[in-house]
Ligand binder design. Structure first.
Ligand code: LLP
Length: 421
């Protein structure tokens, strides 16, 4: 029955005559101008979260670009004083193409190829976060070839299981990421990297998982690696990302500032003297955006459920089908309306798993042709999107001060055949 909790909307959201405005723009007008589906981002919201991260962890805190990346986003995070965490050659390429200087980039990845490492080393990235002994060997090989000695951190697996979905939990001993602390491979890697002439080892890193609400676990991981760093007199530790955000009515999450305080307190207690940095992704981008869809079909199956089909689906938001993630849904034409009707919002893909909102609530007067929105779609939606069923990827629109601009255009049918040879 409840109306949409407006705390899930981007910071600049306002309701004018019942209609949602973001960044001073009517969302219904945006649907006409840019079509649907479309990702609408509140630019100031993104900037303010970047500033909050810089305040919490200092300049050089890195935005994890995997959450949401395009040229405009790369520039925005850089302009706000952040570094950028890039986890593949592709993310590295997009960040460099956007004009972000290489020395503001942190290169991640659990299986970086020689080519990706060469791109990073030759560009002169700020840090490479080394994930395996094979990677140390590849860095030896690159050093022999180029003579360059990159500054590195080692990614450690602290043996802490974050309370989150198994698919995004990375700090436990059984993990493809990092050097295990419990197994002794962390100490062995530190020894090897310290004595190698091919890298300059500055510190260590841990990322225990994503969509974590319990900042205590994030603090604990920080103190585990902080203690190791202190023992080795390292100058830097990175506590990764992982701070959760609320997606639905009953969820609450700590702020970036609160996360920073918990991490700092845990490190202070452990006597850590190293510089502490972090890599937030979701907490910067998720709540900044909503996705707009048009309702195309309503199927009422008496005694079973009502399906509301929209013009996007698992190709613009695969999170419900991958992780069972929940979302809210509402009608921007009547944001404050009660939502007495239980529906399942589905997309236009050819499978039953193509669900956007399994347990959605909508106003009673929902009709075909309505613009329907899902909030908190700014992270891991656009970035994890696909062209399944050759559905066109939606545009990304930045709004602010009453102006709207597409920063990524909608795909065209021509784009779909452009790679054919
Ligand atoms: N640093 C590292 C090394 C990471 O692997 C990640 C996320 C982050 C930072 C940023 O984490 P965040 O602050 O965004 O939680 N696709 C999943 C999330 C995957 C996260 C992967 N790594 C989802 O949609 O929930």
């Amino acid at each position: 029955m409840r109306p949409l909790p407006t705390r899930l909307l981007p910071d600049s959201a306002e309701v004018v005559d019942g209609v949602l405005h973001i960044g001073g723009c009517s969302v219904l007008d945006l649907a006409v101008e840019f079509g649907t589906p479309a990702f609408i981002y509140d630019e100031q919201h993104l900037r303010d979260r970047c500033r909050e991260a810089v305040d919490a962890f200092g300049p050089g805190v890195a935005y994890a670009t995997k959450a949401f990346l395009c040229g405009a986003m790369a520039r925005l995070a850089y302009e706000e004083g952040m570094h950028l965490d890039v986890a593949t050659g592709g993310e590295l390429h997009v960040a460099l193409s956007a004009g972000v200087p290489a020395d503001k980039l942190v290169l991640h990845g659990n299986n970086k190829s020689l080519t990706e490492l060469r791109m990073g080393v030759e560009a002169g990235v700020h840090r490479i976060v080394v994930d395996s002994f094979d990677e140390l060997d590849r860095l030896d090989q690159l050093h022999a070839e180029t003579g360059i000695v990159p500054k590195v951190l080692l990614r450690l697996t602290p043996g802490i299981k974050a309370e989150t979905h198994d698919y995004v939990s990375t700090g436990q001993d059984d993990s493809k990421f990092g050097f295990g602390v419990a197994s002794g491979s962390a100490e062995a890697a530190i020894e090897q990297a310290r004595s190698a002439s091919s890298v300059e080892l500055l510190g260590i890193h841990a990322h225990i998982g994503s969509q974590v609400f319990a900042v205590g676990s994030l603090g604990k991981a920080a103190s585990v690696i902080g203690e190791i760093a202190t023992g080795h007199e390292f100058e830097e530790i990175s506590v990764g990302g992982g701070l959760g955000v609320p997606y639905v009515d009953d969820e609450r999450a700590p702020t970036i500032a609160e996360w920073g305080e918990v991490v700092r307190a845990a490190c202070a207690e452990a006597g850590v003297t190293a510089h502490i940095t972090a890599e937030p992704g979701r907490s910067i981008a998720a709540a900044a955006a909503i996705t707009l869809y048009t309702v195309g079909t309503i199927k009422d199956l008496p005694g079973i459920r009502t399906y509301v089909a929209v013009d996007g689906g698992m190709s613009d938001n695969p999170r419900p089908v991958l992780y069972g993630s929940g979302y809210e849904t509402f009608l921007p034409r009547d944001v404050g309306a009660d939502r007495p009707k239980a529906v399942t919002v589905v997309g236009k893909h050819c499978e039953s798993g193509d669900i956007l909102v399994r347990e959605g609530l909508v106003p009673a007067d929902l009709v075909v042709g309505d613009i329907l929105a899902t909030p908190v779609t700014g992270a891991y939606g656009h970035s994890m999107g696909s062209n399944y069923n050759m559905v066109l990827r939606p545009p990304v629109v930045f709004v602010g001060n009453g102006e709207a601009r597409a920063v990524v255009r909608r795909q065209t049918y021509g784009d779909l055949t452009r790679l054919d040879v």
